[in-house]
Structure formats: C-alpha cells, structure tokens
Design a protein around this ligand. Structure first.
Ligand SMILES: O=C(O)C1=C[C@@H](OP(=O)(O)O)[C@@H](O)[C@H](O)C1
Ligand SMILES: C=C(OP(=O)(O)O)C(=O)O
Length: 403
C-alpha cells in the first residue's frame, strides 16, 4: 500500500477489536524460550518485529538482518554473545545503523563477550562470536535506552554466576525494565532490585510454563485517541487486563484528561467518551511511556488542546527522530510546535488543514497516531503499510470502528 486517503470519519461505531499481543512481551518471551524450551507462548504478537525476532532465532544463516526492530537488535546482541559456537553478523535497516548500541556492546564486552563493529564504531552491524561468559558484574548507563538493560537481564539467568547489574546515572523507560523482571519472575526466576543494583541468580532450567501475552497497550492508544476525538463514542478492545505489566497501560489514566473512561471487563477494556469540557493545557512527563507520545500529541492537536510534553529524549533515536517528525507533520496541518531535545510544546491550534499528506518516515507510530485526525478532516497517510512493524491489521481494525 502506498498513500492511504482517509475520508472524513463521521463517527465511531461501537465496535470490538482484538489487537495483537504486546510486541515487547513477545520479543522478551521469544528470547527466553530459546533458553527454556518448556516455555509456551500464547497470543504472541504478529508484528513484523516479532516475526523478525522469531526468524532470527530460528535462522541457520550467519548473517541476520532485523530491519527496523530495535528490541530485536538489542536483545539478539546479548543472545548471540552467549550462544556458544556461533559467529553472526547482526545487521538492520539504514535507520538501524544510526541507532546507537555502544552502551550495550561495552557492557557485554566487559562481561567477556566478543563483539566487533563491522562498519561504524558504536552502531550496527555487529560481528558477534558467541562464547560462555563467566563474569557476573556489569555497570551500565541507563538514560539512553532501557532496551540495553533488558537485553542483559534476559541473558542473566543463563550465565554461570548470574548477574549483578548496576546503573550509572538516571534510568529511562523504567516500566520496560520492570516488564523484563516480571516476566523472569513469572517463569520462576528470582530477582532483587535495591537502589541502583539488580541481582539475578543463575537458573539453567525452569518448570513448564505457559504465558498468555496481553494485547498491546501502545497499539490501544490509537483507539483512545479515536474515542477522545469522537463525542459519545464507545470502543471495546479484547485481551486486556487491569494489572498489566506494560507501562503504556497508563493510557487509561492519561486519557481521563480527555474524558475517556476505561472500564475493565473480564478480558477486555471498554473506552467511553464522557464529553467533559476540554482542558486548556496538558502537562505530562512521558519518560516512562515514550511510545505513546505521538498519539497524545495528535489527540491534543485534534482537540485544540495545548500540551507540553517532557521526558522525550529517547524519541530522537527511535524509528525516526520522532520530535522532528511530529513538529514537521503537525505544522503541515496548521499547528505550531516547539521542540527541544527532550520536550515538545504544542500551541493551541485554530483550524486543521484538510487533505494534508502526512509523511511517516518508516515509523509505524506516525501513521497510526495521525489516522484518528480523520475524525476532524480528510487526511492522507503516506506509506501506510509501515503499521506492520507493530500492528499489521491496524487498517482493517480501524475500519471496524469508523464510519
Ligand atoms: O523494551 C522494550 O520493549 C521497549 C523499550 C522502549 O525503548 P527505550 O528504552 O529505548 O525508550 C520502547 O520505546 C520500545 O518501543 C520498546
Ligand atoms: C521504539 C519502538 O520500537 P523499537 O525500539 O523496538 O524499534 C516502537 O515500537 O515505538
């Protein structure tokens, strides 16, 4: 699919949508399943990033290309470092070669790993020669990406002496680290986290375990946005639970600001627009939930609400520089946005321009975050297929709830 023109949506139809499983949970569990084959995964994500991860783990080739999948790149770097008798070139898309990985590579090398840069120092591709790692203490900076820390935690219980991991400085995207630890705990691996030190004991085998992946909360954000932009709307999303291990479940709280009420059912959530009067200014720190920043900015823009979002420094090194992409695309629609390296200030907008073509920059979340604005104006989404990175059936599901 190239450009997708979305006519103005008249209203939301009270539909029911089953979103694919969490890509973050799935990509962790796929790694763990290699170490513990008696782990069974249900409701796994069908995202490109999870398929790429699965194929990489099953591949017999000595060159693996993981495309745009950041978690796969980071988790596989750690995985192949401990896979004895393997020699792999791990590479990715043009953008992946710009996404930094030095902090993780340095940490693994300090544990004894054999990793070399194939092109530019600090960036993929990597040549990884797998070996047994016997050291058990590592210090790592935590403010660039939590994925480096999760990568180390995923291999930790397979190390002969387990792992003590100490953070230097602040830590970003903390709920993703907690998700990794909670999944380890669910399969019977104990951990402790005191101050800036996480300890994981070695665990060569586990008892048989089945984990049902909850549906993806970051993907749910696009329905929260649709609901916020459509008075009286109601949407039900299945395979969600009240006690989620996904940090983006914070959406339920955040969208209360826009009048969206969440009711938790047995295995689902129902979003209802309660038509409260709009707030004038939303101030939010999204350091714990970076993946929903684009959705929130687009919702605010659609509602004409000013917002000041902080804690966004990791957005610069994701699928694209999401701060620049948001500013560029919102300004094409008639908005005014100021950005720094970690903040976004959306000024109160007057009117939204019609039939604007939104560039997506190989970023699934640009496509999905801007689509709900069709409730306000007809809009064009360029390269609409990008959604498959995390949510392949997004456009089919979008049609179910829109008229
Ligand atoms: O561990 C994970 O599954 C993820 C961690 C976050 O990355 P950062 O820690 O780099 O912010 C998030 O943005 C990404 O989509 C998924
Ligand atoms: C940043 C994301 O993914 P990754 O870092 O895994 O490429 C995302 O899905 O928004």
């Amino acid at each position: 699919m190239n450009s997708l023109k979305i006519n103005k949506i008249e209203k939301i139809v009270s539909g029911k949508v089953q979103i694919t499983g969490s890509k973050s949970e799935t990509n962790r569990l796929l790694i763990l399943q290699q170490f513990y084959p008696n782990l069974t995964i249900e409701n796994a994500s069908n995202s490109d990033d999870s398929i790429l991860m699965k194929n990489a783990l099953e591949s017999s080739s000595n060159e693996i290309n993981i495309g745009h999948a950041g978690t796969a790149m980071r988790f596989l770097t750690a995985y192949f470092s401990v896979k004895e008798n393997s020699e792999i070139i791990l590479t990715g898309s043009h953008r992946m070669k710009e996404r930094p990985i030095k902090i993780l590579v340095d940490a693994l090398i300090s544990l004894g790993a054999d990793i070399k840069y194939v092109e530019n120092e600090g960036f993929p591709p990597l040549k990884i020669t797998g070996k047994k790692l016997t050291k058990s203490f590592v210090e790592i900076e935590g403010n660039v990406s939590s994925q480096y820390i999760s990568a180390l935690l995923l291999i930790a219980p397979t190390l002969q002496n387990g792992l003590k991991l100490k953070f230097k400085g602040d830590v970003t995207s903390v709920p993703y680290i907690k998700m990794t630890l909670q999944l380890l705990e669910e399969i019977g691996i104990a951990y402790s986290w005191e101050n800036n030190l996480i300890t994981i004991h070695p665990k060569p085998i586990i008892s048989s375990k089945t984990i049902v992946v909850e549906s993806d909360w970051s993907s749910a954000s696009y329905y929260y946005s649709l609901c916020a932009l459509s008075p009286n709307s109601e949407i039900t999303l299945t395979s969600y639970k009240q006690t989620s291990i996904q940090g983006d479940a914070v959406l339920a709280k955040i969208y209360e600001h826009f009048g969206v009420e969440t009711t938790f059912g047995e295995n689902s959530i129902t979003l209802k627009n309660k038509e409260i009067s709009n707030i004038n200014l939303l101030n939010l720190n999204l350091i714990s939930a970076p993946d929903i920043a684009q959705t929130i900015a687009a919702t605010c823009f659609g509602l004409g609400t000013e917002c000041f979002l902080t804690g966004l420094h990791t957005l610069k090194i994701k699928e694209t520089d999401r701060l620049v992409a948001l500013k560029t695309e919102i300004e094409k629609l008639g908005g005014e946005v100021e950005i720094t390296n970690e903040t976004l200030h959306l000024k109160k907008a007057a009117t939204i321009k019609e039939n604007i073509s939104i560039a997506t920059y190989h970023d699934h979340r640009m496509a999905m975050a801007f689509a709900p604005l069709a409730l306000k104006v007809p809009i064009v989404i360029e390269d609409a297929d990008v959604v498959s990175k995390s949510y392949p059936s997004f456009w089919e599901d979008f049609e179910i709830v829109t008229l």
